[in-house]
Design a protein around this ligand. Structure first.
Ligand SMILES: C[S@@+](CC[C@H](N)C(=O)[O-])C[C@H]1O[C@@H](n2cnc3c(N)ncnc32)[C@H](O)[C@@H]1O
Length: 218
């Protein structure tokens, strides 16, 4: 993984390594380091605590486990990823679901998606993107949320004084808080998931009706 990541970083397309990794795996899930073969436990807990459903957008959906879980609860799910191979693969794995699968780059989303989703879910994306681009990417999330909708972000919490080479690059509390700075913060939960090393966070924000979020800078 580090070889294709380093090659991509030195190229003009620093995010191209995701597609390369999915292609190189030859559809063997064991080759995808972030594949947990099921929804993230923090997504499951959040959905149990928040019974309402609506339109959900799953950002960087990978093999689609969180998208399929939300769909099974009755959410109308759009799931996108920058990798065409990941989207094609997710479609095949979850071929009985009603999910709308889209190949798209978080940094170049359609205007028609702005303010359109009652839930925007991001699991392990911002931490997987080099910090310089990660900041731009995290600014793209809040404008997608509808009035009274939620933004839910999940990832690894950086340990004090940690300076990881990455990927991934765990987020500091300041970086987490800045993702939803233009929304109302509901909670930041942190804990260690049994069987997984390191502390993870789940940050949740809500958009107050009529809260104006101007489009992020390009
Ligand atoms: C660490 S993986 C996590 C995948 C999935 N969310 C999960 O938890 O299994 C990061 C995913 O984000 C996707 N990704 C990275 N940058 C992206 C971008 N700019 N726009 C959309 N997807 C992106 C990658 O292709 C990859 O599937």
């Amino acid at each position: 993984m580090m070889k294709i990541f380093n090659r991509a970083l030195q190229s003009e397309e620093p995010l191209s390594w995701f597609e390369e990794l999915y292609q190189d795996s030859n559809r063997d899930r064991a080759m995808i380091p972030w594949d947990w073969r099921g929804p993230h436990p923090f997504v499951v807990d959040w959905a149990r605590e928040n019974k309402q459903v609506g339109k959900a957008l799953v950002v960087g959906c990978g093999l689609g486990e969180d998208a399929a879980f939300l769909s099974s609860l009755g959410w109308e799910v759009t799931a996108f990823d920058i990798s065409e191979t990941a989207i094609d693969w997710a479609k095949r794995i979850h071929n009985e679901s009603n999910i709308k699968w889209v190949v798209a780059n978080l940094l170049e989303l359609s205007d028609s998606w702005m303010g359109a989703f009652d839930l925007v879910l991001e699991v392990h994306i911002i931490q997987a993107i080099p910090k310089e681009i990660g900041q731009l990417a995290s600014n793209r999330l809040a404008p997608l949320v509808s009035d009274s909708g939620f933004l839910v972000c999940i990832g690894k919490l950086a340990e004090p004084k940690e300076d990881p080479e990455g990927p991934p690059w765990p987020l500091s509390m300041d970086e987490i808080e800045s993702i939803g700075k233009r929304l109302d913060n509901v909670e930041i939960h942190t804990s260690i998931i049994p069987g997984k090393e390191s502390t993870r966070y789940r940050a949740v924000w809500e958009k107050t009706p009529n809260q104006s979020l101007e489009k992020p800078p390009k």
